[in-house]
Design a binder for this molecule. Structure first.
Ligand SMILES: Cc1ncc(COP(=O)(O)O)c(C=O)c1O
Length: 362
């Protein structure tokens, strides 16, 4: 029996979707593939609230994080850094010889629109990157305020990593004025790992046409040319495309978008309340808590590793320890993807049963 995943990715995949992954292969240059691709894209656009480009890259999110700065930067990139993944996007620039600066804030906090504005005012930057939902800290960035401020800088490409939020937390890409919004499918999409759903604005596509070294694999212009023909430039992960189509149909036709967003918020409220009621404080600054995962301080000094061992043994489920230096200092419970309110309540019941049996370690 596998451990049910309450970790912030990969998340649990419904058995029906796993079955779809096992669909017999088709050739990626056939009409059957084109039909699959052509059916998928309009559904992605609805879920991303965009009338611009929706594409799927066969790589994990990191590939498109790298592709975004390679395709879009001609001057310098500005990155907010408030956790492990936003730090990764900053570092990616260095690995590609792209000049970049960062606005670093304490883990648990989010960079503010004013801080970003103060840097962009210098006119040095033509790309801005941020992580909407920092998986390492459970912090949700104030994207609405940042989006309102970004309207002053139409020539700065607004790139958002929505890896642990897309398809779980409502992101209206066009209304927010995003130029890139990307996410791997193994989190709120409730899908297996391996592909990256990406929204790219028309403005970003125009910018990408001038790129001197956009890279070959994640090449926006190439990807769009093929997308227009319901194709991909290289062999796509066809089993995952089958599953993504089925998952889009489920989200749009069975669950409904607004219900999906509401379910994530409801689960987040339940988990946050449980943490506080049990004497655990929340790690994120108040008002910046994620809707898809909760990161709590281990204020009771229990061993999170032992908690997980006991949870796995007794109930075949796992939550997540803190990330990096936050290991044992925090723990994270994901409430994302197709996880239900009932499943979350059941998990919290199991934690209530196990925690009193654990010895205090700190
Ligand atoms: C917010 C965020 N960004 C980026 C990534 C990187 O994704 P991947 O390792 O699938 O490339 C992750 C992975 O957990 C993430 O949570």
């Amino acid at each position: 029996m596998h451990d049910k995943l309450f970790i912030p990715g990969p998340s649990e995949v419904r058995p029906e979707l796993l079955q779809v992954v096992a669909t017999p292969q088709i050739g990626h240059r056939t009409q059957k593939y084109k039909d699959l691709h052509a059916a998928l894209i309009p559904m992605l656009k609805k879920i991303l609230y965009t009338e611009q480009e929706a594409l799927v890259f066969t790589c994990s999110a990191t590939g498109v994080m790298e592709g975004s700065v390679r395709n879009l930067c001609q001057k310098k990139v500005l990155c907010t850094v408030n956790g492990a993944f936003s730090k990764r996007w900053f570092k990616i620039n260095g690995f590609n010889g792209i000049p970049a600066d960062k606005i670093e804030v304490e883990w648990g906090k989010a960079a503010t629109a004013d801080q970003i504005d103060a840097k962009l005012k210098t006119g040095e930057y033509d790309v801005f990157t941020m992580v909407f939902n920092e998986t390492s800290t459970g912090v949700r960035a104030p994207i609405e305020e940042i989006s309102a401020m970004m309207k002053k800088y139409p020539n700065v490409m607004f790139c958002v990593d929505a890896v642990s939020a897309m398809a779980g937390d409502k992101i209206e890409c066009d209304k927010l004025g995003l130029d890139v919004c990307l996410a791997g499918t193994q989190k709120c999409w409730g899908m297996p790992t391996g592909i990256c759903v990406t929204m790219i604005s028309n403005k970003a596509m125009e910018r990408a046409k001038q790129a001197k070294a956009p890279g070959y694999y994640v090449n926006f212009v190439d990807a769009k040319e093929y997308n227009d023909k319901a194709q991909t430039p290289h062999t796509p992960a066809i089993p995952l495309f089958f599953a993504l189509k089925a998952q889009c149909e489920h989200i749009l036709n069975e669950e409904g978008l607004e219900n999906r967003w509401a379910r994530h918020i409801e689960m987040a409220k339940i988990v946050r309340k449980w943490c506080v009621d049990r004497g655990f404080t929340l790690f994120p600054e108040k008002g910046f808590e994620s809707n898809t995962l909760t990161c709590a301080n281990n204020t009771k000094g229990i061993s999170i590793a032992d908690l997980n061992k006991a949870l796995s043994k007794a109930h075949h489920a796992i939550i997540s320890n803190g990330y990096g230096d936050l290991k044992e200092k925090t723990f994270r419970i994901a409430h994302m993807g197709d996880c239900t309110v009932a499943e979350i309540k059941e998990l919290l019941g199991w934690l209530d049963e196990i925690i009193p049996t654990l010895p205090k370690v700190a």
